[in-house]
Write a protein that binds this ligand. Structure first.
Ligand code: NAP
Length: 264
């Protein structure tokens, strides 16, 4: 049994996609940093197990199972945010990948990605910001990706939705200047989570040097948030990769991505 967030006075963080990977790592890191938590994802039993684990260390953790591609579930999570006066941090982290050409894949999956990566962060951020601005503090982390800097074959919606998250976050940062509320787009590279299994990707195709640990990514994100960095790219490797990508002509990135997909 885990303690209710109603019985505590600590700041609250709501994390979407808390049932595995980066979301779970956020939950563990934020619990250690003195936050109570609201855990959102579809797999309720995983959320309950995590809530019990962090609850053993005195953290109040509330489980809020929801499919964020579903309008009614999304509205329910947004309502919970609006009625949470101690909400200090919203982490829009839930996401997934599809390893297929856009025009050959099921539209339902591509549309679910737009709902999860675009509509859900838009809706939850819109629910969170008025309260945070009124209180003069708070933060929103949108989990994007280095894919925001790529445009290529077989990840059309993934790259597009992550580019949206970067643009959305940078624009919000301009609106929120001077309010005490911070926003961040977290852009990790390849990180050990369940992401690649869920997308049916072969991890062996990715060089070992490119892999990051989830706890390292979260540590870098939270440090960058303290420093007020709007874009967080964990590790020097990926900072360099992004710098090179930004200088590379788009036609070259597109051609390489198409060839890589065709060679598999
Ligand atoms: N791993 C990487 O290499 C990498 C790199 C860059 C960016 N990212 C981003 O990091 C974020 C987290 O991914 P991850 O790597 O931690 O992968 P993961 O281990 O597969 O976790 C994805 C999380 O999203 C949740 N989720 C998926 N669909 C959902 C839905 N319809 N409603 C609610 N929750 C949903 C999953 O929970 P349920 O299945 O229980 O709903 C799970 O908790 C994603 O936005 C991803 O794009 C990952």
């Amino acid at each position: 049994m885990h303690a209710s967030t109603e019985d505590s006075a600590r700041p609250i963080a709501l994390v979407t996609g808390a049932s595995s990977g980066l979301g779970e790592a956020f939950v563990r890191a934020l619990a250690q940093r003195g936050y109570d938590l609201i855990l959102v994802a579809r797999r309720a039993e995983r959320l309950a197990a995590l809530a019990t684990q962090v609850g053993a260390a005195g953290v109040a953790a509330e489980v809020l199972p929801a499919d964020l591609t579903n309008d009614a579930d999304l509205a329910r999570v947004a309502d919970r945010i609006r009625t949470c006066p101690r909400l200090a941090l919203l982490v829009n982290n839930a996401g997934f990948g599809v390893d297929a050409l856009y025009y050959q894949s099921e539209f339902a999956g591509q549309s679910a990605m737009a709902r999860l990566h675009v509509l859900a962060p838009m809706h939850l951020t819109h629910a969170a910001l008025p309260g945070m601005v009124a209180r003069g503090h708070g933060a929103v982390i949108n989990v994007s990706s280095v894919a925001a800097y790529l445009c290529g074959a077989a990840s059309v919606m993934y790259c597009s939705t992550k580019a949206f998250l970067n643009s959305f976050t940078i624009s919000l940062a301009a609106e929120l200047a001077g309010t005490g509320v911070r926003v961040q787009a977290l852009c990790p590279g390849f990180t050990h989570t369940e992401f690649h299994d869920a997308a049916g990707m072969d991890r062996k195709l990715i060089p070992k040097i490119l892999w990051l640990r989830a706890d390292y990514v979260i540590d870098q994100s939270l440090r960058d948030l303290e420093r007020g960095r709007v874009i967080s790219i964990p590790s020097m490797r990926y900072k360099l990769i992004v710098r090179v990508l930004r200088m590379t002509p788009q036609w070259l990135i597109s051609r390489v991505s198409r060839k890589k997909f065709a060679a598999r």
